[in-house]
Design a protein around this ligand. Structure first.
Ligand SMILES: [Zn+2]
Length: 379
């Protein structure tokens, strides 16, 4: 008699358990699908699993379906997501270099085309400044992220021409060349940030169209714009805070007049000039004439690849750049660096922006407070 009761009780427990399992399933699926994969999250989620909801059954271990990248074989790809990221600095572009061309800051269109091919073949892939700042590295597994920066808004970098009543990028400009290269190699990326002096008005990207049309064209193609001061001011010579606020804020103010809602978030230092230490705070952020500005990265005229923004040595107020090759060879320019940017020192992606994968021992270079919800993985 007693045994019969026990048997009944077991059946009842099993039935209840089954009910719980069945009623939990759709709930789990919904949460897995609804979770945005690229948004920063504070949930203590694992590298590939969604944040679990409270549940009585500890059975789900499979990775969710959707855009989470396939796991890669680390021993093959050898990711190093604390390695260096080259940030290249370009200035002028022209058809042909001749005796009147300056020695260090001008690239011919043909050289630029060849450079893109070389960079692509060597495994470099472009990322935006925004993604560099946020360490949102989306390049495929095994590839090396790279940032392109352009100073001074010259027409060789970009200008519009009219074609059949439409404004298009001049094919004989760096942007025109990049757009064509991107059509051939979409996985190279179409990115770059243009540092502007708004006092130059229509001299910026001189050509067809208004300034608004020129900047809108760039932004709509995924490019970015940055602050290069009003008047190309050498911050090293700044006398007081007000002078810094004026040169940065005036540039910001003019941008907002032309393009309401758009703002600069990165600054390239004219001449690489760093403000005196006691005035440095005003370069990072400030106010001018009711307009606030803030620089999340401040770019130097450097000579080294940069550490990524999650590195313990990363200093957003002085980010290194490598200058592109000019007419003459200059030590530490891009041509100098290309053979030295070997896979053992560079950033090698694991293909998953949600994880930071580093060889064992390198994790001590990762700043935990900069991970921003990403999981740190060693192998
Ligand atoms: Zn400049």
């Amino acid at each position: 008699m007693k045994r019969k009761w026990i048997r009944l009780l077991i059946i009842l427990i099993l039935a209840v358990a089954l009910l719980i399992i069945v009623s939990c399933k759709p709930e789990k699926r919904r949460s897995a699908d609804a979770k945005p994969t690229d948004a920063p999250t504070t949930a203590p989620a694992g590298p590939h699993t969604p944040a679990p909801e409270p549940t009585t059954t500890p059975e789900v271990t499979r990775a969710p379906e959707g855009p989470t990248p396939e796991p890669v074989d680390y021993s093959v790809v050898q990711p190093n997501e604390i390695g260096e990221i080259p940030i290249v600095m370009f200035h002028n572009f022209i058809e042909n270099l001749d005796e009147t061309t300056d020695d260090e800051f001008t690239t011919s269109f043909q050289e630029f085309e060849e450079l893109l091919e070389t960079l692509y073949n060597q495994g470099f892939r472009l990322i935006s400044m925004r993604d560099f700042i946020e360490h949102n590295i989306t390049v495929p597994a095994g590839k090396i992220p790279m940032v392109f920066t352009f100073d001074d808004g010259s027409s060789g970098q970009f200008n519009l021409i009219e074609e059949n009543g439409k404004l298009v990028a001049n094919p004989r400009s760096a942007v025109g060349i990049m757009i064509r290269f991107h059509q051939k190699h979409p996985d190279f990326g179409l990115k770059g940030i243009f540092y502007l002096n708004m006092d130059k008005e229509l001299k910026t990207f001189e050509g067809a169209g208004t300034l608004d049309e020129r900047l809108s064209f760039l932004l709509s193609h995924g490019f970015e714009i940055g602050n290069h001061t009003w008047g190309h001011f050498n911050l090293e010579t700044a006398k007081d805070t007000l002078q810094i606020q004026e040169t940065l804020g005036k540039n910001e103010k003019r941008l907002r007049e032309i393009m309401p809602g758009v703002r600069f978030y990165s600054l390239a230092l004219p001449f690489g000039g760093k403000a005196p230490q006691e005035l440095a705070d005003a370069v990072n952020k400030g106010d001018y004439d009711g307009v606030a500005y803030e620089n999340e990265t401040i770019m130097a005229v450097g000579y080294l690849p940069s550490v990524p923004s999650i590195h313990i040595d990363y200093d957003p107020t002085y980010v290194r750049r490598i200058r592109s090759k000019g007419k003459i060879d200059v030590k530490f320019d891009l041509a100098y660096w290309l053979p030295l940017m070997t896979r053992d020192r560079m950033y090698i992606s694991d293909g998953n922006p949600g994880t930071v994968v580093v060889p064992t021992g390198m994790e001590k270079s990762v700043a935990p407070d900069k991970l921003n919800g990403k999981s740190l993985v060693t192998y």
